[in-house]
Design a protein around this ligand. Structure first.
Ligand SMILES: CC(C)(COP(=O)(O)OP(=O)(O)OC[C@H]1O[C@@H](n2cnc3c(N)ncnc32)[C@H](O)[C@@H]1OP(=O)(O)O)[C@@H](O)C(=O)NCCC(=O)NCCS
Length: 172
């Protein structure tokens, strides 16, 4: 597992945060407008951060991978990550959040491209899943090219395979 990681796009770059950048994670999760779409705000007290950082950002078991998304002015605008990587099936769960005030600028699309390139081409992922309940999230994943696996009530399970990701890359 890489102890440091950064990948650059045209609008944003994604990077594993340093420990002192977790103040932004707390701000993001406390932002009501941002978190309304994903079930509400989450508190992130200082005493929980060390254990969280060890598990999510620098995990020895290689199951989680977490980046913040920054503009080239080094302003953090959201998070993108994958979790619960399963070595046997080479699958994981996807997550992306753009802070509400920075939405609609193409940041999510580019950050998805950057982390999925790493996941499929370097990390060894074969497939990635995301269970989404909110409409903006569904639109963003669908427009990116994720496929729908199943629908239940308002919950949609999306997936992207390595083959499909590479096919989409070649079309661009
Ligand atoms: C979903 C989310 C990440 C999109 O972030 P964003 O930076 O505004 O998205 P982008 O500007 O990169 O747009 C990505 C695509 O989604 C579409 N989209 C984004 N917001 C939309 C909205 N409110 N209505 C319709 N389409 C929308 C865009 O048109 C774009 O499609 P295109 O590539 O075909 O042009 C953001 O709204 C968010 O953080 N939502 C809460 C968390 C979430 O749902 N995450 C996704 C599931 S884990």
């Amino acid at each position: 597992m890489l102890s440091s990681f950064r990948a650059d796009g045209n609008l944003v770059y994604i990077k594993k945060p340093n420990f002192d950048e977790l103040d932004y994670v707390a701000e993001l999760w406390a932002d009501e407008e941002t978190m309304n779409d994903v079930g509400g705000v989450v508190s992130f007290p200082v005493e929980k951060r060390e254990a969280w950082y060890r598990k999510m950002v620098n995990p020895s078991d290689g199951k989680n991978f977490y980046c913040l998304i920054y503009t080239f002015d080094d302003v953090p605008v959201g998070e993108v990550s994958f979790h619960r990587f399963d070595m046997e099936e080479r699958k994981a769960d996807f997550n992306i959040k753009i802070q509400a005030k920075y939405r609609g600028k193409g940041y999510a699309k580019e950050a998805m491209q950057l982390i999925l390139s790493y996941y499929f081409c370097d990390f060894g992922g074969q497939v990635i899943y995301d269970n989404v309940i909110n409409e903006k999230g569904k639109k963003a994943l669908q427009n990116f090219g994720f496929e729908i696996v199943s629908k239940f009530d308002n919950e949609v399970l999306f997936k992207m395979t390595k083959e499909r990701f590479i096919e989409l890359l070649n079309k661009k």
